[in-house]
Design a binder for this molecule. Structure first.
Ligand code: KIV
Ligand code: ZN
Length: 517
């Protein structure tokens, strides 16, 4: 094992904004990507893969802006092994104080023959050329062997050696199709450590997909064999079955430090917030029994378990909810609470908002407190995270009245402001939500298809706020809108309007060229 690998610090490379965003329905707009990147930086993530700059102007802009704002994490962009990709990537990450180009090419027989249609020797040349070119533009270059886990060992060793010789500082071995099993994948990493002569000049990295549900197990096995960078995503978001979940990697290492004596720089107390932010923005909810961040991950339902927990928490709890930032629902503030108390609550919840944003949130909090007796931490989080106020708003929700029930067809009377003009309409439909959405279409005609309509209760109880997610699709562009309100139907209208506003912003952007990594 080389000197760099003796170091037990694991570099956390988050690819929520690149591989995560590539998963169906997970697209985020610029402002959302900036919010996720800011939280990843605050969490202490070492490397943020912010996007694939050549893929679209939107991706380029997102990587550039993240590079211009993130200072403590390395900002990375993805590039295929071509000059055009690498140049565009270098341009996108230019403003970042810590920047990285991540370039990749497939090395498995299957990918080289059918996808690339390149002979292995030409792939090997491309490895050297692409890494050399990337190194002429930035100091920090990562090279990935796509489908590395299904590559022939001798050829993989030659590619890795060539990439390091050309200047790659990080060598990533993806299990692109989630095919590997832990002892096999661990052995692959050990084989590279043993056989590649210049391996001591690079950090070995792993990038595991979860097709067989083994992404985290494979990543941890690789760490035990010498990998010192793990690529992962919040909530395990990613292509197909997703990527290794960052929260599981980080908490696995923290909780089982006895068997896995490695450290990360991640502030685990921000995990719950990050999970919630990503699921709110993407509209992809977390399954209740998901490890670490599922709603039931710390719930003890059975009598025997509850009894044990009361006697000693460790009987059934291997980590505390607080360690991942999950706190008991606490009663926040009432309608008489003032600005100072509200500001201090925002600070406790980890929000560092500017004066205007605080003022805005305070106004919405007062409004909520008028309608809801008990306002909890979760209500405040929903108030901030679900607000569409940051999206440019050509359409504004003004009012809604709905008549429905078992005796009459539903009737929605909706008032919106569109480009400064107020409009009111009545509509009916198959149920009250359908009636509301018809009313929106009548006031603002459009062809976008509704892909997702989802309702969550923010807290327990019948007075809970409803948090509604709406996903719309128009000409291959997808947007996700959110709305929260004590009235589920108002939340539905707000979520639809929020999605439409995002769609209008997206319509103005140049159409993306379809492309996958
Ligand atoms: O899964 C994969 O192989 C990738 C590479 C581009 C790193 O995402
Ligand atoms: Zn991937």
């Amino acid at each position: 094992m080389n000197e760099r690998m003796d170091n037990n610090r694991i570099i956390i490379f988050d690819t929520t904004l690149r591989d995560g965003e590539q998963s169906p329905g997970a697209s985020m707009n610029l402002e959302e990507k900036l919010r996720v990147a800011a939280l990843l930086e605050e969490m202490g993530v070492d490397v943020i893969e912010a996007g694939f700059p050549i893929a679209s102007n939107g991706d380029f802009e997102a990587v550039s802006q993240i590079a211009a704002t993130v200072t403590r994490s390395t900002v990375c962009g993805l590039a295929r092994a071509t000059k055009g990709d690498i140049e565009r990537c270098a341009e996108a990450v230019r403003a970042a104080p810590l920047k990285r180009i991540h370039t990749f090419i497939s090395t498995s027989p299957l990918h080289m023959k059918f996808k690339l249609q390149m002979a292995p020797e030409r792939v090997l040349e491309a490895v050297t050329d692409s890494v050399t070119f990337a190194r002429s533009l930035v100091d920090d270059v990562e090279w990935s062997a796509e489908d590395g886990s299904r590559s022939e060992h001798d050829f993989l060793c030659r590619c890795v050696e060539a990439a390091i010789k050309a200047g790659a500082r990080t060598i990533n071995i993806p299990d692109t199709v989630g095919y590997a099993i832990p002892d096999e994948y661990g052995a692959l990493i050990a084989m590279l450590v043993a056989r590649v002569p210049n391996i001591d000049q690079a950090i070995l990295s792993v990038h595991c997909h979860n097709d067989l549900g083994l992404a985290v197990a494979n990543s941890l096995a690789a760490v035990q064999s010498g990998a010192r960078q793990v690529e992962c995503t919040i909530n395990g978001l990613g292509e197909r079955a997703g990527n290794a979940a960052m929260e599981e990697i980080v908490m696995g290492l923290r909780t089982r430090a006895d068997r896995l004596p490695y450290q990360t720089g991640v502030k685990t107390e921000l995990i719950t917030r990050a999970s919630r932010l990503v699921s709110t923005i993407t509209g992809i909810s977390v399954q209740p029994n998901k490890a670490i961040v599922g709603k039931n991950a710390f719930a003890h339902e059975s009598g025997i378990h509850q009894d044990g927990m009361l006697k000693h928490a460790q009987t059934y709890e291997i980590m505390t909810p607080e360690s991942v930032g999950l706190h008991k629902s606490t009663l926040v503030l009432g309608k008489h609470s003032g600005r100072a108390a509200f500001k201090s609550k925002l600070k406790d919840l980890g929000y560092g908002l500017g004066d205007n944003a605080v003022e805005d949130a305070f106004r919405r909090f007062k409004d909520l407190a008028d309608r809801k007796k008990d306002v909890f931490d979760e209500d405040i989080v929903a108030l901030i995270d679900d607000s569409g106020e940051t999206v440019s708003q050509r359409i504004r929700f003004l009012s809604l009245e709905v008549l429905c029930g078992s005796r009459q067809p539903p009737n929605a009377e909706l008032e919106l402001e569109i480009d400064g003009q107020t409009g009111k309409v009545k509509a009916t439909g198959d149920g009250p939500v359908d009636a509301i959405f018809h009313a929106i279409r009548a006031l603002f005609p459009h062809d976008a298809a509704l892909q997702l309509f989802q309702v969550h209760a923010v807290t327990e109880g019948t007075d809970a706020q409803a948090e509604v997610t709406v996903r719309l699709e128009e000409n291959g562009k997808t947007v996700t809108g959110q709305g929260a309100d004590t009235d589920t139907l108002v939340a539905a209208a707000r979520a639809y309007v929020n999605a439409l506003n995002k769609l209008l912003v997206k319509r103005e952007k140049t159409p993306p060229q379809a492309m996958t990594a």
